[in-house]
Ligand binder design. Structure first.
Ligand code: G6P
Length: 611
């Protein structure tokens, strides 16, 4: 996704901003820009293309301000042109933004109505106008930001510079990373903002990370963090040498926690790669196999959590593309030696792209005249190389052994694929595509919102840590997610757990229900919610302990005790991506209460390259 930087320096900062942007170029490089305060006035240089174009532009027309912000872009809304490049500015405010502002259309209309003029096709520009509008209403820059942030829906990180305010820089984060750097030694008094600490490593080794919902007010004389309620908060300062930053846990205790929290950002990045967000369409960077319209069926093979992603996707391929799906774990598939119709399409899903069983299936399918489509996270992997089409999840390196962000990125990409097949097969029309794309675009913001349930989940996990067994139930796409919940809990806490289709409860597992068995029910408000509710009644009637994860309200006449994790309201089609967040957090916090190593659970390996 995009990379952002901000510096309040002791001398001209343009050179340092470029240096930091170079370290962020891996996040995006279709255009870049910088704004500084020149004698109190906002001045910008922006350029389409890689950073060197911006550097040439600065060489021709230098900026000398001591306060500035910079951006390297990875386009989501609007083409990578100079006018769409950040910073966006309007004479009062300049901003750089990473993420997606979901409700930008409503806000833009409202602001246009008040006379604001927009110059770009981006969602980001609305933020600059929103802040400026609040200031025109008489608020100070800090109060304008505090009053406006709650109006932004989506996942974002921001850095903001104000006309006439040479000693003020504001940062904000909700679902996308942002870190503050504190200058020391020769750079004492300087302060920095960056998308990651590595970007700021040339200037300092002292950092403090913002938490979701925070904003931060930087001046050369001090830094003040405020939380989502606009209350002053302290954020932990840490020292990290550059070598440590290369594989950095940020302010998280474990990579798994960091990777859970990265999800709004990496899912947004993956979606942006496979959708045209401005047009509201799927836009795959490769052509579907020529016979997509005639394809009789799709075969999917994968292992572990990647297999569960395939189970979720089966619902989507069948629903949106009316494409029958055969899915199997790779270790069974390869030895079953299934007959395969000539010219069929087989889909492999793998984070590493190296899992031995999945790779063996890929080679088997290839030998049987199948077109090979793989969803992989490591672009240089064997599976990526040996596939006809390698569709990349843009999760970034996943270090925690238990897969989290790779899983939700796989889901995001598989949802895009299912919609693309739906269009190719004439099952969904342009209006339906636009509706589903809008639902997908809302997912990163909903995930960021779901993250805010963490304190509640932590409290529940304290109790779960005492359980001997845990049962997960769900219907529809929540059924495979129940399997994933049980798998995650088993892998990292070693508590025995089972995932079941809620309707299967009475065919066996109900025999296990007693006062001691926690039953976690994944129940988004979808067309089978009432049926899941009946299954809950069956558990309640037997004294079972219910933990309900839902965005629906539990009817007043429900007879049992329920502990609820209330999720943000959403259209249910892609709820599996959002509900993965509490499912992962439950496993993580339970393991932590039990003193287990969440990153390196016993007996497991990240990449299983043996049978
Ligand atoms: C291992 C990992 C799992 C992963 C599975 C498949 O078991 O611990 O997290 O889901 O392998 O790996 P892949 O790289 O093919 O997705």
């Amino acid at each position: 996704m995009c990379g952002i930087v901000g510096i309040l320096g002791r001398g001209p900062v343009a050179g340092s901003i470029i240096e930091a942007l170079k370290r962020l170029e891996y996040r995006g490089y279709d255009s870049a820009g910088i704004a500084t305060l020149e004698n109190g006035h906002l001045a910008r240089r922006r350029a389409a293309g890689k950073l060197k174009t911006l550097e040439a532009c600065l060489a021709a027309e230098p900026l000398s301000g001591a306060s500035g912000i910079g951006h390297t872009r990875w386009a989501t809304h609007g083409r990578p042109t100079e006018s769409n490049a950040h910073p966006h500015a309007n004479g009062k405010v300049a901003i750089v933004h990473n993420g997606i502002i979901e409700n930008f259309r409503e806000l833009r209309e409202e602001l246009r109505g008040k006379g604001h003029k927009f110059e770009s096709d981006t969602d980001s520009e609305v933020v600059a106008h929103l802040f400026a509008d609040a200031m025109e209403g008489g608020l100070s820059p800090v109060d304008a930001v505090a009053a406006s942030l709650p109006r932004l829906k989506g996942a974002f990180a921001l850095a903001v510079l104000f006309e006439g305010e040479d000693d003020l820089l504001i940062g904000a984060r909700d679902g996308a990373p942002l870190v503050v750097g504190f200058g020391n030694g020769e750079r004492a008094g300087e302060v920095y903002l960056g998308s990651d600490a590595l970007a700021l490593a040339p200037f300092t080794d002292e950092f403090a990370y913002l938490e979701d919902g925070d904003f931060v007010i930087l001046s050369r004389h001090g830094v003040e963090f405020r939380d989502t309620h606009n209350q002053r908060v302290e954020r932990h300062h840490m020292r990290s040498p550059v070598s440590a930053l290369l594989v950095d846990k940020g302010n998280y205790r474990h990579f798994m926690a960091k990777e859970i929290h990265e999800q709004p950002e990496v899912v947004a990045r993956t979606l942006a790669h496979y959708l045209d967000m401005s047009a509201g369409t799927v836009a795959l960077p490769f052509a579907l196999p020529a016979d997509a319209a005639q394809l009789p069926r799709l075969t999917i093979a994968a292992c572990g959590t990647a297999y569960i992603a395939g189970l979720v996707a089966r619902y989507w391929f069948e629903r949106f593309a009316r494409l029958p799906v055969d899915i199997e774990v790779a270790s069974e598939f390869r030895y079953r030696e299934p007959p395969m119709e000539r010219g069929g399409l087989t889909l492999f899903i793998s984070q590493s792209g190296e899992t031995a069983d999945t790779l063996a299936c890929l080679r088997y399918a290839k030998a049987h005249d199948q077109k090979i489509l793989s969803v992989v996270n490591v672009p240089t992997s064997t599976m990526a190389r040996e596939s006809d089409i390698a569709a990349l999840t843009l999760a970034g390196p996943e270090i925690g052994v238990a897969s989290t962000k790779a899983f939700t990125c796989q889901l995001a990409l598989l949802a895009c694929l299912a919609l693309a097949f739906g269009r190719a097969r004439g099952v969904i029309d342009a209006a339906q595509e636009a509706k589903y794309v809008a639902e997908l675009m809302a997912v990163p913001g909903l995930m960021a919102e779901a993250m805010k349930r963490e304190p509640r989940i932590e409290a529940l996990a304290r109790d779960l840590a005492r359980a001997r067994d845990v049962l997960y139930l769900g219907r529809g796409t929540s059924y495979p997610l129940a399997l994933e919940g049980a798998l995650k809990l088993k892998e990292i806490s070693y508590i025995h757990a089972e995932g079941y289709a809620a309707g299967e409860l009475k065919h066996g597992p109900i025999a296990l229900v007693d006062n001691d068995l926690p039953v976690i029910i994944l129940a988004p408000h979808d067309n089978v919610f009432d049926k899941t509710l009946s299954n809950m009644q069956e558990v309640a009637a037997r004294g079972g302990r219910l933990i309900l994860i839902t965005d629906a309200s539990v009817p007043g006449d429900f007879s049992g005790e329920v502990e609820a994790i209330t999720m943000p309201k959403m259209a249910p089609n892609f709820s599996a991506i959002v509900y993965a967040v509490p499912v992962q957090m439950i496993a993580y916090h339970t393991a932590i209460f039990m003193g287990k190593d969440a990153d390196q659970p016993r007996n497991l390996a990240k990449s299983v390259t043996v049978e």
